[in-house]
Design a protein around this ligand. Structure first.
Ligand SMILES: Cc1ncc(COP(=O)(O)O)c(C=O)c1O
Length: 510
């Protein structure tokens, strides 16, 4: 009987209310009292606390379990809502979406079939139609929510592969089997695209050489001339370009490939155009919508609401121009979605998805749009894009740093420049050290990446609460850590700026 008291049902509604209220209370306290984005704890310091817990010995009591959770997770979590978390593509979340999260897990609909979700199916479909309309995909468009950009890209490329094989078979004079076509398939994408494109190609049974990297210009956008040349080469060599993947918001630079030019080339070559707008999709609701011009000509689009719509993980979708393409993932099973259901127009979302059991993630976006509206989301995204532009000016005018590109979205790739000539290796070392030292201090979290073979640091701004003073303060900290390592290495002082003295210097107040 005691175990049954943990099941959520008509008799335990009060237990549910108390349990969640207590849990939410603790998280609210935590969120309100977070002074740094991280505590700086190391894996070896934290691991014993977790592995030392005997999972055969339940605590029974939610309060005790939450106390324990404080020690093993909440105290040392990385908090994305903190204004000095500036690392990866993680956003602070909006409260309407978190409210949705609570509803999702309590009702626990599964989106595979109508008989497991009912209204949830219609909500998801309405949001897909709304997104497709914002993109401008036309009346035949459709799509499905997924677990993230990686899965959205995989599904898009799966559909593209199937379409390419179908067309190759149709246009061949002699019968062609699929295994004969697969080694000839190519995916063309920029050298700055996300690694999920390569993962998808591998999962789709294509060879390692299937993904061909197109060079970028100085702003890290795909060069259309290179794409045109590669499309011609593939044609000459009897290779089949199954998709061109344009990125609308590259992970490192936030750069947006020239979508109209790419669309033109794809149309001329009869090639599937996929736009990975995992990051840039926030522009769909922003005053900078024009930056996505050309996206409406895509055959498929990835959008990650959990990046630039301020949604909790997971919340993503893949959209297609022609709903018929989704038939490539339609399989029927007597135990779940027999063919007769489709014939009777029963809306089973599993017919469009590569997942079976699937969360009702769409509800978070629904409540967000119903409570704060699309313009409210766009305003938040515009704020971080504005902030990135200010931060770029700050970096450009600061002799301690070099910044790679002027941002179209909200990332900044930059590095500390040693004042006296230093080897590339030493410059790499001090930048990597600065990132690591900052992470260990817990005062701020920044990311790193490699550009043209050299190590750089990266800010990904997704928090409208991050002020320009926060950014200036973090730059001082970076310079301080890098300068100290440099001094230790060179045995001298970096005297250009107070922030680079060997003695600790406190960051500018925010
Ligand atoms: C451009 C781009 N595409 C795809 C992805 C993968 O998205 P997810 O992490 O949601 O799978 C990312 C992640 O950062 C990304 O930046």
């Amino acid at each position: 009987m005691r175990s049954r008291s943990h099941l959520l049902n008509d008799r335990t509604a009060e237990h549910y209310r108390r349990s969640l209220t207590e849990g939410i209370g603790r998280v609210a306290e935590k969120i309100a009292g977070t002074e740094h984005p991280f505590t700086g704890i190391t894996p070896s310091q934290l691991a014993p606390a977790v592995t030392g817990i005997d999972l055969e010995e339940p605590l029974g009591d939610p309060a005790a379990a939450l106390d324990e959770l404080e020690d093993i997770y909440l105290r040392d979590a990385v908090y994305f809502h903190h204004p000095r978390y500036l690392a990866h593509l993680n956003c602070p979340v909006v409260i309407p979406a978190v409210l949705g999260e609570a509803v999702i897990s309590a009702v626990n609909s599964s989106m595979d079939t109508w008989d497991q979700s009912a209204g949830g199916t219609l909500v998801e479909r309405h949001l897909i139609a709304w997104t497709a309309e914002r993109i401008g995909l036309g009346t035949a468009a459709d799509g499905i929510f997924t677990s993230g950009g990686t899965q959205s890209n995989l599904q898009a490329l799966l559909l593209a592969r199937e379409e390419a094989c179908r067309l190759a078979q149709k246009n061949s004079a002699k019968p062609l089997r699929k295994p004969e076509i697969l080694p000839r398939l190519r995916v063309l994408t920029s050298e700055c695209s996300h690694f999920s494109i390569e993962k998808a190609a591998t999962l789709l049974g294509l060879g390692a050489e299937a993904v061909v990297s197109m060079p970028c210009d100085d702003d890290r956008r795909m060069r259309p001339s290179a794409l045109a040349a590669e499309l011609e080469r593939c044609e000459r060599e009897d290779l089949v370009v199954m998709a061109v993947v344009a990125t609308a918001g590259t992970t490192d630079f936030g750069s947006i490939d020239p979508l109209p030019d790419i669309a033109e080339l794809c149309e001329r070559a009869g090639t599937w155009m996929h736009v990975d707008a995992a990051y840039g999709c926030g522009l769909l609701v922003s005053r900078r919508r024009h930056l996505l011009d050309g996206i409406e000509r895509a055959d498929s689009v990835t959008v990650d609401y959990h990046k630039s719509f301020f949604q909790p993980v997971s919340s993503s979708a893949v959209l297609v121009r022609d709903q018929a393409a989704l038939r490539h993932v339609t399989y029927h099973a007597d135990y779940l979605n027999p063919r007769r259901m489709a014939e009777n127009a029963i809306p089973n979302q599993v017919d469009k998805s590569i997942q079976t059991t699937r969360r009702f993630d769409a509800l978070k976006l629904w409540l967000t749009l119903r409570i704060m509206g699309a313009a409210g989301v766009g305003e938040l995204f515009d704020e971080v894009v504005d902030r990135a532009s200010e931060a770029w000016q700050l970096l450009r005018d600061d002799p301690r740093f070099e910044v790679v590109t002027r941002p179209q979205l909200s990332t900044l790739v930059f590095r500390y420049l040693p004042p006296q000539p230093a080897s590339g290796t030493l410059a790499d070392e001090v930048n990597l050290h600065a990132r690591q030292a900052l992470f260990a201090s817990g005062e701020a979290v920044v990311a790193s990446t490699v550009v043209d073979g050299r190590h750089y640091l990266k800010f990904t701004l997704l928090n409208p609460e991050t002020s320009i003073d926060d950014i200036a303060a973090v730059l001082d900290l970076v310079a301080e850590h890098a300068g100290r390592r440099l001094t230790a290495r060179q045995g001298g002082l970096d005297s250009r700026r107070p922030g680079t003295d060997p003695e600790p210097v406190h960051p500018r107040a925010s």
